[in-house]
Design a protein around this ligand. Structure first.
Ligand code: PEP
Length: 256
């Protein structure tokens, strides 16, 4: 089987101004010696207004941490007030763009069609989309979570070629686990991540499915990350709250 390098991605959400961002990246770098980057990729995903400052620290200190954006416009440029083009992000050295985070699906009514359009925009501008999917509590309690996630995945990647799918990262984030302290069990995470890989094989091919990194997200911390990423189909984590604590984020990155 193709080996997949774990990815630990820290989604800061709407936290930390650009000065606080600089301080966090410096602390994180001090706690994560270069040797760790042989076995794990670590990325921080700050608010848009922090990206230039984060870039300056990372480039200036030649850090191996990469950085991403929390969203990307489906459009390239023009009359789309408040939106941010993938072209601008690429110019700032951004590696990843999160698309379809449950907070955007919920508060900004982003449908699978919108998420697909943003995924395509990210790919067009050579950003790696981190495509988020995940079920709410009612769906989990009804036992429909596998079907739900597979349908959301297929909707969010509909019509993409296997080559494009190979350039994505998928994040399985059960909504009931995000920011709640209620982490999915390792077996629950594995069940859905395995189903996602199976669906990738169906819509692309076996080699693509074996190469795509699938992250788990939802109340990941330094204590639970080891068991989660120890699962066969869990290739890292999308981390919210714990990514704002540089010591803990460094510790969990080192464990992964
Ligand atoms: C997230 O924001 O994607 C997330 C998983 O948050 P938390 O780790 O705080 O649950």
């Amino acid at each position: 089987m193709m080996s997949r390098k774990p990815l630990i991605a820290g989604n800061w959400k709407m936290n930390l101004n650009h000065l606080e961002a600089i301080a966090l990246v410096q602390k994180l770098a001090a706690s994560l010696p270069a040797k760790y980057f042989d076995k794990v990729d670590v990325t921080v995903i700050p608010p848009f207004t922090d990206i230039r400052s984060v870039q300056t620290v990372i480039d200036g200190d030649k850090l191996l941490i990469t950085y991403g954006a929390q969203d990307v416009s489906a459009h390239d440029s023009g009359a789309y007030t408040g939106e941010i083009s993938g072209a601008f992000l690429k110019k700032l050295g951004v590696t990843f763009a999160v698309v379809g985070h449950s907070e955007r699906r919920t508060y900004h009514n982003e449908t699978d069609e919108v998420v697909l359009a943003k995924t395509k925009a990210a790919l067009k501008h050579e950003l790696t989309p981190i495509v988020c999917i995940g079920e709410g509590l009612e769906i989990r309690e009804a036992g429909d979570h596998v079907e739900y996630n597979v349908a959301q995945l297929k909707g969010s990647l509909a019509g993409l070629s296997a080559d494009d799918i190979a350039k994505t990262v998928i994040a399985y984030e059960p909504v009931w686990a995000i920011g709640t302290g209620r982490v999915a069990s390792a077996a629950d995470a594995q069940e859905v991540c395995a189903a996602i890989r199976g669906a990738l094989e169906e819509i692309a091919d076996a080699a693509t499915a074996a190469s795509v990194r699938i992250l788990y997200g939802g109340s990941v911390n330094a204590k639970n990350v080891g068991e989660l990423v120890g699962q066969a189909d869990v290739d890292g984590a999308l981390v919210g709250g714990a990514s704002l604590k540089p010591d803990e984020f460094a510790t969990l990155s080192a464990i992964a």
